[in-house]
Design a binder for this molecule. Structure first.
Ligand SMILES: [Zn+2]
Length: 315
């Protein structure tokens, strides 16, 4: 789901595109009236056409090429000279003066504000919206580029920021989701309609806390992986819990209170590695401590998210 801050920055970008279109329309109006002497009616029609055409082109380029984001980054760099930009987002490859407030704690209709106490909230990349976990994953991917390049990959619930890294590095993969539009395959992770042993790698971040049975999902992903294949997986973990916490919760309010987020139905605990291992994987753990400070690899932004990533080999 799109965060409040993502929506806000999209509105800001749309306003910038409208402003540039308005300037183009005013220039066209001035030319029409004072240079070509075309009269008010024709000038009005011409300006409206120029406004609509420039806006349409900008919105198209924004959607298809990220041009507007590049322009915004250029303005950002002018405002923040290089010595100020000590942070880095490996997903969109941009150096930053700082990260942005995710504002999750101020959305009680989606998240439990109590879970954000003492957690660092200014952790989101202002350009690709990466959170610490996606930057940690991008760092791992950077170190394992050759493996990714030669693997046939299935990516469940693809994340915009991670897809930036994947496209930039020319990695070919198949995207899948049960609900999201614009994916290659519509798949239920607990009942994957694919042949056994059909992929070398599966990437699956923050899906298991949403699905009816995490055990079925793990078993299905193992089945679809080729022998020796890799599962890259993460999900929110509360380190104060010994094991996974599940309880019947039929209302949004109950789910927010029990699991911290309106669409979560469980929170995993300290035995997450063992849970994955018992599904038939050898498991390596990557956590925030092994990551460079400049990517801001913090735990959080909520207290049920320790930002561990498990790199698992089908055994
Ligand atoms: Zn970024």
């Amino acid at each position: 789901m799109k965060s409040k801050i993502e929506k806000k920055t999209q509105v800001r970008n749309a306003l910038i595109a409208s402003g540039i279109s308005l300037i183009a329309a005013l220039i066209a109006a001035a030319l029409s009236l004072f240079v070509l002497n075309l009269g008010f009616v024709i000038t009005f029609i011409l300006s409206a056409i120029v406004f609509a055409a420039v806006l349409a082109v900008m919105l198209y380029l924004w959607k298809k090429t990220d041009l507007l984001r590049e322009v915004l980054y250029l303005l950002y760099c002018i405002r923040n000279p290089e010595d100020k930009r000590t942070y880095y987002c490996p997903c969109c490859k941009r150096s930053l003066a700082g990260f942005m407030d995710m504002e999750l704690g101020s959305q009680p209709e989606k998240y439990d504000p109590a879970r954000f106490t003492d957690m660092k909230q200014d952790v989101m990349c202002p350009f690709c919206y990466s959170a610490p976990r996606q930057r940690i994953l991008a760092c791992w991917a950077e170190d394992n580029k050759e493996l990714l390049k030669k693997s046939e990959i299935l990516y469940f619930a693809p994340e915009y920021s991670m897809m930036k890294w994947i496209r930039r590095n020319g990695i070919k993969l198949t995207t899948a989701d049960l609900f999201a539009p614009n994916v290659d395959l519509k798949l239920d992770i607990t009942d994957i309609k694919l042949e056994d042993s059909s992929y070398d790698m599966i990437i699956c971040n923050h899906v298991l806390e949403h699905v009816s049975s995490y055990n079925k999902a793990l078993s299905e992903m193992r089945r679809v992986l080729r022998p020796g294949g890799t599962l890259v997986i993460s999900f929110p973990i509360d380190e104060t819990l010994g094991t996974v916490f599940e309880q019947e919760a039929n209302t949004p309010e109950d789910r927010i209170k029990l699991f911290g987020q309106v669409d979560h139905i469980r929170v995993f605990g300290r035995d997450s590695k063992e849970i994955i291992a018992s599904a038939g994987f050898d498991v390596d753990t990557i956590d925030v401590s092994s990551m460079p400070d400049k990517i801001l690899p913090v735990t959080g932004p909520a207290d049920y998210d320790s930002n561990k990533i498990f790199i698992c080999t089908k055994n």
